[in-house]
Ligand binder design. Sequence first.
Ligand SMILES: [Zn+2]
Length: 65
Amino acid sequence: MRRSCRSGLVLTMKCPICHKEVKLDDPYMPFCSDRCRIIDLGNWASEKYVISTPVEKHPEQEEED
Ligand SMILES: [Zn+2]
């Protein structure tokens, strides 16, 4: 078994959004920052939105912004 001396006693995990290392005592855990936390919330919310809304695809409604 190999021991990573860089990790030492500081445990880290990876941010699910940007895969940056996050310390376990980080206030935004498991995210590296508030930004990634909001991105994840957004993903979750849009998923829920899709589930609770009938999918209607109109060809002319492609994002034209
Ligand atoms: Zn992140």
